[in-house]
Design a protein around this ligand. Structure first.
Ligand code: SAM
Length: 310
């Protein structure tokens, strides 16, 4: 992999165990990143397995193409949101789909991307730089109520209202342009006092989720994955925080339920009676093993859930 895109792939063995790639199989990686999982899928499905890959991030797409060059002729990679996978991958064509959510290490480490409160950079946070709304626009234009809602709902930030009010006050004096400017405001009103996590952690996570519409994309992505899977095909999703995991868990529960009981209490209003669409392969989320946890601290919060299309 090129030195400028270094990302340590998490839970590779567990993802392969879930998808069981084989020669002749078709797979989709909706978050191709640096191509770590994709490489493992292509290697395991040699010599004839096929991979569709996408990522919102142009730098990731380029890095993945470089890394997967030895498998040329066995993959198609596009830049885009995994919510749009079903627009270019045929329905019912895949044996396995993988989403490894969240950010890649280069997104966090490159200061100019504006994801990190530890490095000075423009307040950007867009995974896809072609997309309109950067974090600065949200921070400088959203109302205090909107900001507090974002910090609370996407970050679980208890001081959401206090932070939102302070932002609205300070931006009247000077626009927020940089990551450190925002982080310093939060450090000022909520000093660290020996706490392990930086006080701006939750606010930055929340802004990133809002800027990239991560929850909306995930819901679209899960529905698209189900469309492109063959019956018996598997969907594996790795999440990094409880909000994402809840969306994935709820998707699994809803898809696994039998909604055909006409008139029964189980039929939510407005829902067409329908048969279950998937089975839940992992009742409990799978987490990384001790060796991986010791080698890669970023894997600490990873959780894998697996579903099989009926
Ligand atoms: C954790 S990294 C993936 C790493 C990759 N599995 C590997 O082994 O190198 C997550 C990637 O997902 C991408 N991403 C997040 N949400 C996305 C979405 N809705 N559509 C497409 N890509 C997305 C990010 O840009 C990032 O590159």
């Amino acid at each position: 992999m090129s030195p400028e895109f270094v990302h340590k792939t998490v839970m590779t063995a567990e993802a392969l165990d879930a998808l069981k790639p084989r020669a002749g199989g078709h797979y989709a990686d909706g978050t191709i990143g640096g191509g770590g999982h994709a490489e493992a899928i292509l290697a395991t499905s040699s010599p004839t397995g096929w991979l569709f890959g996408c990522d919102r991030d142009g730098a990731a797409v380029e890095a993945a193409k470089r890394r997967l060059a030895p498998f040329a002729g066995r993959f198609e990679i596009r830049r885009g949101n995994f919510g749009e996978l079903a627009d270019w991958v045929s329905p019912g064509s895949c044996d396995g789909v993988l989403f490894d959510l969240g950010v890649s290490s280069p997104q966090l480490d490159v200061a100019e991307r504006g994801f990190s409160f530890q490095q000075e950079g423009p307040l950007d946070m867009r995974m896809d730089a072609r997309q309109g709304l950067a974090a600065a626009e949200l921070v400088n234009n959203a109302s205090a109520e909107e900001l507090a809602k974002i910090f609370w709902e996407y970050g679980g930030e208890r001081d959401s209202r206090r932070f939102a009010k302070a932002i609205v006050h300070d931006r009247g004096l000077r626009r927020f342009e940089t990551t450190r400017q925002l982080a310093e405001l939060i450090e000022r009103i909520s000093p660290r006092h020996g706490r392990k996590a930086h006080p701006a952690t939750k606010v930055f996570q929340a802004l990133r989720i809002a800027v990239n519409d991560e929850i909306g994309s995930l819901k679209h992505g899960l529905a698209a994955a189900l469309k492109i899977l063959k019956p018996g095909g598997r969907l594996a999703v790795i999440t990094f925080h409880s909000l994402e995991d809840r969306v994935v868990k709820d998707f699994g529960r809803a898809g696994a339920r039998d909604y055909t009981f006409a008139g029964g209490v189980d039929v939510p209003e407005l829902r067409e009676p329908r048969l279950p669409e998937l089975t839940i392969v992992t009742r409990k989320a799978v987490t990384p093993g001790a060796v991986e946890l010791a080698e890669n601290p970023r894997s600490r919060s990873a959780q894998l859930r697996v579903f099989e299309k009926i």
